[in-house]
Design a protein around this ligand. Structure first.
Ligand SMILES: [Zn+2]
Length: 496
């Protein structure tokens, strides 16, 4: 038997309590990660497509979780939202163009690609000449009718569209009435659906690349049509009645917040955690939709990433690491990585004070013993990430399928190009397979009976712990020597 003073025993008791108290990541629960994912991937959110009500509900949910964790608002914002204006362009429902005795109708064999409302009879001329030759023609007030195909690159739609761009610029300069291009191939349905799709772009981009305001239309000439009214150099008459392309504004937002680091010397440096919260939406127009299920819930892509982000906001704010941490849920990833690009072009924390980005994104997973990290070996944070995964009984593995180009296909790439070390954390796979892509961009990417919430918890914990280890590491992370982004890093942070 031994005796000790009351003071001493209280001190020991406190030590014992501190030892038994889990670090913040350990106190996350399967119940809470499951609750987050069930909501984010619910039918109520209708696939979270950028600019839809469901996208907005997801943003509101993430903002509420950030507020609950006590995150600060990012500088310059009075809420957790960084609003982003988008421009949506859609096809009109009606319209027609007649050339000679042929009449083409919108929704059938006519696709209006540019220009505003126009109702007019105009002279037309058919010419397949290259833009340099067209330069010599008198085209003022006329409609140019031309084959879509680029004779130098037959069969290539991209080349055809480049030629078309060159023609339009020239015609705008010459004050022509417009351009009608004739498509004669067999893939009209596919091409017109692709070119006529609803397009959402950053409003700032749509202003910059404002197309010349002249009519641009594509018409389909069936292959068996042997006697079209047009031939090289022939003067024709045309009648145009089109409403133009429909264009309107749309709002979405990135959702962000931050916590201040605990170390006065390091808190000026920020580790930014990121995941996109938008997905494809819902509707029969989406490839893979069926009568039974046309809601693309996006549980794995990227509900899981958002759950990891929300969980990290909670556990890191409970016990802040040395460096400051920014939490950023970006929108519009699925339509071209636009939310992250908007942030990088207008960062709320300067990029030179953002020393690392850890993105979370996925299409699916097949191995719950691992976390797969695109760019694991490309930065000096690899060890911290490996240890963080080991803390939760998992192995971190590097991208096993570089040919798939996953590193460049998510939001991290915009930061990487600026020089910020920025890998992507993904639910586990050791090889690229059909099984891995089973739910990718399909309505079946939802929370089914067998969803592995225990793995979602470990994944979220390892994501937060990776951030903690990187934010606590006295060494500022950098690209591995010789990496293609090393020069950008040196420039951004003014380092050798
Ligand atoms: Zn994704």
């Amino acid at each position: 038997m031994w005796k000790m003073s009351l003071g001493c025993s209280i001190a020991l008791l406190l030590v014992a309590q501190a030892l038994s108290q889990p670090i913040a990541e350990e106190s996350l629960t399967e119940e809470e990660v499951a609750r987050h994912l069930r909501y984010l991937a619910s039918d109520e959110l209708m696939g979270r497509a950028t600019g839809t009500a469901g996208n907005d509900l997801a943003a509101a949910y993430i903002a509420a979780q950030f507020e609950k964790s006590g995150l600060k608002k990012l500088p310059g914002l009075d809420s957790y939202r960084q609003p982003i204006p988008f421009q949506v362009t859609e096809q009109a429902e009606s319209g027609s163009v007649s050339i000679g005795d042929r009449k083409f109708g919108q929704g059938g064999d006519l696709l209006i690609l540019g220009g505003s409302r126009l109702q007019k009879e105009v002279p037309a001329v058919f010419s397949s000449a290259a833009p340099a030759e067209l330069e010599k023609l008198d085209l003022e007030g006329k409609l140019l009718v031309a084959p879509l195909e680029d004779p130098d690159n037959p069969g290539l739609i991209r080349a055809a569209l480049r030629l078309s761009q060159a023609r339009r610029s020239l015609l705008a300069k010459k004050a022509a009435a417009g351009l009608v291009e004739i498509y004669q191939g067999s893939a009209w349905d596919r091409i017109s659906r692709f070119l006529g799709r609803r397009r959402v772009q950053l409003a700032s981009d749509s202003q910059q690349q404002e197309a010349p305001p002249i009519l641009h239309a594509l018409v389909h000439q069936p292959q068996q049509d042997n006697e079209p009214p047009w031939e090289e150099g022939k003067a024709l008459s045309a009648s145009i009645d089109v409403p133009g392309r429909l264009s309107r504004r749309l709002q979405s937002a990135n959702v962000g917040g931050w916590i201040e680091g605990s170390d006065p010397d390091l808190r000026g440096q920020h580790v930014l955690l990121m995941a996109h919260y938008d997905h494809l939406g819902a509707g029969m127009h989406l490839p893979g939709a069926t009568e039974e299920d046309s809601i693309f819930n996006g549980a794995r892509d990227n509900g899981m990433g958002i759950v990891a982000l929300i969980s990290a906001a909670k556990s890191l704010s409970e016990k802040p690491p040395a460096r400051s941490v920014v939490f950023l849920a970006v929108t519009a990833e699925e339509i071209g990585l636009l939310g992250s690009r908007f942030y990088v072009e207008d960062p709320l924390i300067p990029l030179e004070k953002t020393v690392f980005v850890l993105n979370s994104d996925a299409g699916g997973f097949t191995d719950t013993d691992v976390v797969t990290v695109m760019g694991l070996e490309r930065t000096t944070a690899g060890d911290d990430i490996r240890k963080a995964c080991a803390d939760f009984g998992m192995e971190a593995v590097a991208d096993p399928a570089p040919a798939q180009n996953f590193f460049n296909r998510s939001d991290n790439i915009h930061f990487a190009r600026k020089g910020v070390p920025a890998p992507t954390f993904s639910p586990g796979f050791r090889e690229f397979s059909l099984e891995l892509m089973k739910h990718y961009h399909r309505p079946s990417d939802e929370v089914g009976e067998d969803f592995d919430f225990a793995y979602l918890l470990r994944y979220s914990q390892a994501f937060a712990r990776s951030a903690r280890r990187i934010a606590d590491n006295p060494q500022q992370p950098r690209w591995a020597s010789g990496d293609s982004f090393e020069a950008a890093w040196q420039q951004l942070y003014r380092k050798k």
